[in-house]
Design a protein around this ligand. Sequence first.
Ligand SMILES: NC(=O)c1ccc[n+]([C@@H]2O[C@H](COP(=O)([O-])OP(=O)(O)OC[C@H]3O[C@@H](n4cnc5c(N)ncnc54)[C@H](OP(=O)(O)O)[C@@H]3O)[C@@H](O)[C@H]2O)c1
Length: 346
Amino acid sequence: MSANRPVPARPVVAIVGATGAVGIDLIQCLEQRRFPLADLRLLASARSAGRTLPFQGRQIPVQELTERSFEGVDIALFSAGSGISKRFAKAAVDSGAVVIDNSSAFRLDAGVPLVVPEINPQAAFEHSGVIANPNCSTIISITPLWPIHRINPIRRLVVATYQAASGAGAAAMEELRESTRAYLEGRAFEPKVLPHPYAFNAFSHNSKVDPETGYNEEEVKIMRETGKIFGDSSIRISATCVRIPVLRAHCVAVNFECEAPISVEQVRELMAGAPGVKLVDDPERNHFPMPNEASGQDDILVGRIRRDVSDPSGRSVALFVAGDQLLKGAALNAVQIAELLVRGNG
Ligand SMILES: NC(=O)c1ccc[n+]([C@@H]2O[C@H](COP(=O)([O-])OP(=O)(O)OC[C@H]3O[C@@H](n4cnc5c(N)ncnc54)[C@H](OP(=O)(O)O)[C@@H]3O)[C@@H](O)[C@H]2O)c1
């Protein structure tokens, strides 16, 4: 893929996968953040062609995605799975668009920046046509850790996720609703989207498990992507990813060990000032980050900050985060990257 023309101040934007869980939030983010676009093109499968979706008070028709969909497009926000990204990103780049891809297709490719604007905004300008949005659990887990890592490098990180249905797309959200209804009405329910009964249950993330390492693909994404985003591949990371029956917003139990001792007060202070992060840490009222409070919020909620007493060196801290992974974990992060491009080479 080749380098592209600069993004104009008012670009033509296309959304690939506009009808999906992330696509719908992309449209809303563009509208709510008053993204300065000249035109918006909505693309999805042939199944959705002819549907319309609301944007700025008008109805925009959804068009079927083809290789000719990108004529005149400056920024193409891809959110239709890695197969579609691999098949159509080149057509978009060849037409002159910068692709911001929500899938895992190119995240670890050399020459493809993996960007969280609060962490490595400058990387967005080092693209050759494609910029990757990190995995949602990665973004939610590590955005709060960056201000810590900058002043006292994190050497070891252990995370355990509690992931919402929305992370698996619109169909999984519907399966959670339907299976919960069936459970409460005492009806049998056959899962179609996820591998196990979802209502009143929790199960290991629905991605393939590597038979040699025992880690599933979601866990591997967190473990590999963090080093690329932080520009530090020396951090030792272990992840456990689990689905819980929540509609929207992932939670993560995070435990990290820094190079030097670090106090709880220092972490709390860093969290209070961290961009994209909101401190929710009230032990007296037992009020900590929760998915229902994180849903619909741009900020990642951080709390339960405490010293890890299993490490007497004082270098380890535990905390808990909740973040709307359709927003900061996907749509919002992608739109923030597009905003960086529009603002120009900073
Ligand atoms: N959900 C999240 O929290 C999250 C977070 C980060 C990244 N992502 C990534 O974002 C992507 C989309 O996820 P999602 O949760 O939004 O999935 P989703 O709700 O299942 O939506 C999938 C979208 O892809 C479109 N699509 C499917 N097949 C297509 C085809 N052959 N041609 C054109 N469009 C096609 C669908 O269009 P139709 O409606 O016409 O079928 C729909 O708009 C995935 O790569 C996912 O890994 C998701």
